[in-house]
Design a protein around this ligand. Structure first.
Ligand code: UD2
Ligand code: MN
Length: 533
């Protein structure tokens, strides 16, 4: 209703100032001002914009890229151009959502941040136009476009005449992660909302997001991402009851909410919590975003940043919710239309390692056991993360696993304990060079202090070697199905099954097998994580 009235008013204004139109057109083309300018609205909402004006933008060519080829964008640009700046799409919300009258007080504004790199002009324009047309403008602070150094600077420059639009252009390609940070740094809105450059926001998308976000300053919200087919550009509703998550490879994963959970919620239109943002489209308070340090700017080009943000957000006091009444369409492409300077595999692996090293505590070894190649990649230590953890009193990763993401099972179900193995105040470790097992000062940094105890009794290192006894000397050898490699837990002791000897810290930091002695502290070992079986 409100939007209808608004349209009426602008149409009226349009007729009223018809005589001065040529002058207004002129000033807009030269783009004299990026300040708020009511004239922009007149032009933007005029029928000629949708009929012809946008075509001048879409069909401007440059020689560096083929603007008609499917491969240039990994979706059908021809169909996208035919659709133009705007189209009607099906309202995919649960019909009950339409009846909700959101009373959004206090008023808050949103800065929409769209990063793009050589995007199809029609798709980029449509993303912006859908935001302008389907958002109550009193909630919209601005639309910040971050051009990540696309080949053709006019991709972004030509859009500055649109209302609310501001443009930043990177002098070199920074990747979407640093670009989003840059966009956030210039934002004024109370909330930041990140969008890809090939989206179409649907009817009533923003109000339900704001409604939830207003409940608490650290609730970050995510819409349901509908899919736009890359071949046909058909808009399709997605199943709304999916949460964002990931596996130990740190690959994003959708997880359906359980039947029980749906029953408890009673109402399908209520929001639900999720371990991670449903991909990279979410809204977060600007203040809280910067308290969290923004996205980790060491992450390169593409990948992982939404997981990094999700994990630290939860661990440091936030909550993520999926809001089923909010819908945004996104073109899910089957391949990357752009290059990765270091290759996509390596880039993603390095980003993942950085996240695991920063946030996974001793669980990082599960990541390494899935991705052994990551061990050899060097990533700079994340000094900021320790300050952040202290300042915000962030919880350990084990809390996240137990409380937020119980669906993330340990990769190998057949173990009973893992992590650091402590005897007194020291930790079991092995010398990488001499391969002797001894006690060392405990350190999370040290990969050689991580052990796994399997249900069959094998006690192995993170490099996959198994502990055995030779006489009473502890040795490391290839794991095999041998009784000699079996250790049983008995009252805090680790008993070698074949000989009945106990693991013992006899002298200084040496570790050997000795006769088991009741209550001997030097024979008591505890794992940092003991699983209940
Ligand atoms: C998914 C997320 C995306 C981001 C990414 C992982 C959705 C709908 N998409 O991406 O937001 O979280 O996973 O990082 O949630 N871009 C640049 N510079 C570059 C590369 C890309 O600005 O160097 C832009 C690109 O034009 C696009 C956005 O970043 O607008 C996301 O890239 P994408 O669409 O290729 O990624 P997608 O959909 O696989
Ligand atoms: Mn995308």
């Amino acid at each position: 209703m409100k939007r209808f009235l608004w349209k009426k008013t602008t149409t009226f204004l349009f007729i009223l100032i018809g005589g001065t139109l040529p002058l207004i057109y002129y000033t807009q083309f030269v783009g004299v001002s990026s300040e708020f300018d009511r004239n922009k609205f007149t032009r933007f909402f005029s029928p000629s914009f949708y009929k012809d004006d946008f075509r001048q933008y879409i069909y401007r060519t440059d020689r560096k890229i083929d603007r008609r080829a499917f491969e240039t964008y990994s979706f059908s640009v021809e169909i996208s151009n035919q659709i133009g700046a705007y189209r009607l799409i099906s309202d995919t919300r649960d019909p009950k959502c339409r009846d909700i009258d959101y009373v959004l007080k206090p008023r808050r504004t949103v800065s929409v941040i769209i990063t793009f790199y050589n995007e199809a002009r029609s798709a980029l324009l449509r993303t912006i136009v859908t935001v302008l047309k389907r958002t109550p403008l009193e909630y919209l602070e601005e639309i910040i476009l971050v051009d990540d150094c696309s080949y053709d600077a006019s991709d972004g420059e030509d859009l500055k005449f649109l209302p609310y639009v501001k443009l930043i252009r990177n002098q070199r390609r920074e990747g979407l992660i640093r670009s989003r940070n840059k966009g956030a740094e210039t934002a004024y809105g109370t909330y930041l909302l990140f969008l890809d450059s090939h989206c179409e926001v649907n009817e009533g998308w923003l109000e339900p997001l704001l409604d939830r976000a207003l409940k608490h300053p650290t609730i970050a919200v995510s819409p349901v991402i509908d899919s736009i087919d890359p071949d046909t550009l058909k808009y399709k509703a997605s199943y709304p009851f999916l949460k964002g998550g990931f596996d130990w490879n740190l690959r994003f994963k959708w997880i359906p909410i359980s039947f029980e959970e749906r029953k408890v919620r009673q109402e399908d239109i209520l929001s639900f919590t999720a371990p991670a943002f449903s991909a990279g489209t979410f809204m977060i308070s600007r203040k809280w975003f910067f308290q969290l340090g923004g996205f980790d700017s060491s992450l390169e080009i593409w990948g992982g940043e939404s997981l990094e943000m999700s994990i630290k957000h939860w661990l440091c006091g936030g909550q993520i919710e999926v809001v089923p009444c909010s819908r945004i369409g996104h073109v899910f492409r089957k391949s990357y239309p752009y290059s990765f300077p270091d290759g996509v595999y390596f880039t993603y692996l390095r980003n993942s390692k950085r996240i695991a090293e920063s946030w996974f505590d001793e669980y990082k070894h599960f990541f390494y056991s899935m991705k052994p190649a990551a061990r050899d990649i060097s990533v700079e230590p994340n000094d900021k993360v320790n300050i952040l953890k202290k300042d915000l009193q962030c919880r350990p990763f084990s809390w996240y696993l137990a409380t937020v993401f119980s669906e993330l099972k340990l990769p190998n179900e057949d173990h009973i304990a893992f992590g650091q193995v402590k005897c007194g105040t020291k930790c079991l470790g092995f010398g990488v060079k001499d391969q002797t097992v001894k006690l060392q000062d405990c350190s999370f940094e040290d990969n050689s202090q991580w052990f796994l105890h399997s249900t069959t009794g094998k006690l192995s290192t993170n490099t996959g070697a198994c502990l055995n006894l030779n006489g009473n000397q502890v040795i490391l050898e290839y794991c095999k199905d041998s009784k000699n490699q079996m250790w049983i837990r008995r009252g805090g002791k680790l008993v070698h099954e074949a000989t009945g000897l106990c693991l013992d810290n006899t002298l200084l930091d040496a570790i050997v097998g000795t006769e088991c002695r009741p209550g001997a502290p030097s024979q008591l070992f505890s794992f940092s994580v003991e699983l209940q079986k």
